[in-house]
Design a protein. Structure first.
Ligand SMILES: [Zn+2]
Ligand SMILES: [Zn+2]
Ligand SMILES: [Zn+2]
Ligand SMILES: [Zn+2]
Ligand SMILES: [Zn+2]
Length: 310
């Protein structure tokens, strides 16, 4: 189909553009010339920059600076997920010319240092600048003092944040980039078990929740709930986020943990009866007429059929 036959893009298109991840936005400009022309002059789609897979691994400082310059200093949201090539220098260059960013998500940007992040947050909370949401999980060497400074700069009351925000393990990858939140927040906390600054998860298991409510009623510190902790301290089911310590588990075909209940509901390898979590279903090797083999079983099956051929 020729783009000239398509005419002007529908007006509704321009309503969704500001909400598209960068990869989709750029792909669309490649697709249609009139859209490309329209986007060149329109500032709105460039105010929120969301970089995820598959762009994140290739996303460099130069690219970041180039793309964000399209917002002409009016950037609102910067979400860089696992963009490990981004350095403090690139980030700070963008922040310096865009002081009104109110959401800054930097999960897994391991090329950044906490010093760089602190510098960025200082600029974004200075005077009338209002950074509302910050995500830094995965950035190395964040100390308790750094966490305290970030909370102080952003005006976060740590106790209130804990009560308000229930962070669940199985929802950790959900993008809440455009959700309007009335309170400032940060994605990490002090793990009550190891005292490292990491994402700390609550437990959705009914019996654990009941225990927690009971403790709250008795006005005990919510912090000492047995299964509240970071991903290293409290192993959790990939599918439903419940703690799995001392509980019966289902056998997983991937490296994730599955509680027995979730395992029962998931499809299993026809040979070894292990299940994939939903994140890894693409590793299934489908079998005729029905069912699938896990990667391991499929590998061994082809190996042994090779022997038979000899
Ligand atoms: Zn921990
Ligand atoms: Zn589960
Ligand atoms: Zn629990
Ligand atoms: Zn198998
Ligand atoms: Zn998995």
């Amino acid at each position: 189909m020729q783009t000239s036959q398509l005419g002007q893009p529908h007006e509704a298109m321009f309503l969704i553009l500001p909400y598209l991840p960068l990869f989709e936005l750029l792909s669309m400009t490649q697709l249609c010339k009139s859209l490309k022309d329209a986007l060149k002059d329109d500032i709105l789609p460039w105010l929120n920059i969301v970089v995820e897979k598959p762009l994140s691994t290739r996303f460099s400082d130069d690219f970041l600076v180039k793309i964000t310059s399209k917002a002409k200093g009016r950037l609102r949201v910067v979400a860089l997920k696992n963009c490990f090539k981004i350095t403090d220098e690139g980030l700070l260059q963008v922040i310096a010319s865009n002081p009104h960013i109110n959401k800054l998500y930097l999960q897994g940007c391991t090329g950044l240092t906490i010093e760089g992040v602190l510098e960025a947050v200082k600029l974004l909370t200075k005077g009338n600048h209002r950074l509302q949401n910050l995500a830094i999980s995965g950035i190395y060497n964040v100390k308790t003092e750094d966490f305290g400074t970030l909370c102080y700069l952003m005006g976060i009351n740590q106790m209130q944040m804990r009560e308000r925000k229930k962070n669940y393990y199985h929802r950790r990858d959900e993008l809440c980039t455009f959700k309007q939140e009335s309170h400032p927040s940060i994605d990490v906390d002090i793990c009550p078990k190891c005292e490292e600054i990491r994402e700390v998860f609550e437990c959705p298991r009914d019996s654990c929740k009941r225990k927690m409510q009971q403790q709250q009623q008795e006005q005990q510190q919510q912090l000492f709930i047995e299964c509240r902790g970071c991903f290293l301290c409290v192993p959790r089911c990939e599918e439903c986020g419940v703690c799995t310590k001392d509980k019966e588990l289902g056998e997983a075909a991937c490296a994730d943990i599955l509680c027995l209940n979730c395992w029962l509901h998931l499809p299993k390898c026809s040979y070894c009866n292990k299940a994939y979590c939903n994140k890894h279903v693409h590793l299934q090797h489908s079998q005729r007429p029905a069912g699938f083999l896990c990667s391991d079983c499929s590998f061994h099956a082809t190996e042994s059929s090779d022997y038979e051929d000899c």
